[in-house]
Design a protein around this ligand. Structure first.
Ligand code: CA
Length: 445
């Protein structure tokens, strides 16, 4: 299967919507149709599923009451109107695709349903968002070889990559309770760190707080315990992708991580974008997957012809920073890095296949992080750890400030965007959150 085969009528770049703001919209034209859980701000309403169209949200609960749709789209629409999207995610790709096709037809120019749907639109600037799913489990991978090499070099200059790196997608089980939707501020974490040259740790707020630019992967249909998801059908278990910032306390991490891996350094906050872009919407932006001929080929359970043909995603990713001083002076946010998910060493399909090959069951709404995505070039690093060479080379900002790591009041903003000739460009919206001062530590601690 090549990349073009996955396209259908919903990818037609010439299709226009009767929602005027959708036509040429930077993120949310008719060809995108990403899902979120939202409500109108300040009214105490229940959250429900919605689809972005231009500057509006199509309220799927209201739509389900007005137009029930037909066939597979009918149960999909009912599930999509619920407070979380887990029910929709559990239905599987035939239902997701039927719902997308029905929404596309209802929203396109000339639709007979325009008069009804107008009453189901809510302006995005009057909405607030919840997590799109009840996330049962969160797993964080380490799929960018450029990131793994750059970080490994800081700790092991002569041997940056661990011997397992090229054989399996490294991951660990993260913390689902502290995954938060974009816009949720969080406190700087506290923890133990070992100052250089000292033998006893000190306790306090992290002094090396970092962001991690990642892609989030929402699991749709799961698998039974003891059953693996084969790589050839792995993508049928993926509902869609979002932006993910996996905040990290580098000083806490350095002291705690051996022998069992990350703990407090990673479990205080993870921020995701409200919008989930479906894999079907990403069909025009597929890229072949390959590795250098000097690298070992993947084992059979991690290899697949369709994945080699189009298992990557041409998804441009950006990190922007807005400091408290920049806000006070009304200065725009500054871009810190720009890279692309196509550089990922391991694919989405490989991450799912490896996660389940030992018998682990995934469930609808589970979240996987891709790991920090960095590219091969300067300015393509998805963390401050890389951009400042471990804090040794501070970044200069247009405000005249510098940053080695994040300071209180800093707001980090992620963007994702897909552009390709012959396709309508689509985007992921915004994933942003602000760092608040640490809780005052208990003097007995
Ligand atoms: Ca991470």
């Amino acid at each position: 299967m090549n990349a073009r085969d996955r396209r259908n009528a919903t990818h037609d770049p010439s299709a226009r919507s009767w929602v005027a703001s959708a036509n040429g919209h930077r993120d949310f034209p008719l060809q995108n149709l990403p899902f979120a859980s939202f409500r109108r701000r300040g009214r105490g309403e229940a959250f429900r599923g919605g689809v972005a169209i231009g500057e509006e949200i199509l309220d799927l609960a209201a739509l389900a009451r007005s137009i029930p749709f037909d066939g597979d789209a009918a149960p999909a629409l009912r599930a999509a109107g619920q407070p979380t999207l887990n029910g929709l995610m559990a239905l599987g790709p035939a239902h997701w695709s039927a719902l997308r096709a029905a929404l596309f037809e209802a929203l396109r120019e000339g639709s007979a349903r325009q008069a009804t749907l107008i009453d189901c639109l809510v302006p995005q600037d009057g909405a607030e968002f919840a997590l799109p799913a009840a996330i049962g489990d969160y797993t964080d991978f380490y799929a960018s070889i450029h990131h793994a090499t750059a970080v490994g070099r800081l700790f092991r200059p002569t041997n940056p990559l661990t011997p397992n790196y090229r054989w399996l997608p490294i991951g660990y089980h993260g913390r689902a309770s502290s995954v938060q939707v974009s816009g949720t501020a969080f406190r700087r974490p506290l923890g133990q760190r070992l100052p250089p040259g000292r033998e006893t740790p000190e306790f306090g707020p992290s002094a090396r707080l970092d962001f991690e630019l990642e892609v989030g992967i929402f699991v749709g249909t799961g698998n039974a315990p003891g059953e693996a998801i084969p790589i050839g059908t792995a993508e049928q278990h993926v509902f869609g992708l979002c932006l993910l910032n996996d905040w990290s306390a580098r000083d806490v991490q350095a002291f705690e991580y051996q022998p069992l891996g990350p703990f407090l350094a990673k479990n205080f906050a993870t921020t995701i974008s409200p919008w989930i872009v479906t894999l079907e919407a990403l069909a025009p932006f597929r890229t072949p997957w390959a590795r250098p001929p000097t690298d070992p080929p993947p084992l059979a359970y991690l290899d697949d012809p369709a994945m080699r043909a189009g298992g990557g995603f041409d998804l441009a990713l950006e990190v922007w920073l807005e400091t408290a001083a920049m806000r006070a002076r009304a200065l725009p946010a500054a871009r810190l890095a720009r890279t692309n998910f196509r550089h990922s060493y391991w694919t989405v399909a490989q991450m799912l296949a490896h996660h389940t090959v030992g018998g682990c069951d995934l469930r609808p709404g589970d979240l996987l992080g891709s790991g920090t995505q960095s590219g091969p070039g300067i300015g393509e690093a998805g963390s401050l750890l890389e951009l400042t060479a471990g804090g040794r080379e501070p970044l200069g900002l247009p405000s005249g400030e510098t940053r080695r790591f994040l300071e209180d009041g800093d707001r980090v903003i992620l963007h994702g965007r897909c552009e390709r000739a012959g396709a309508a460009s689509i985007g992921f919206g915004t994933c942003a959150a602000e760092v608040l001062p640490a809780r005052t530590p208990d003097p007995e601690a």
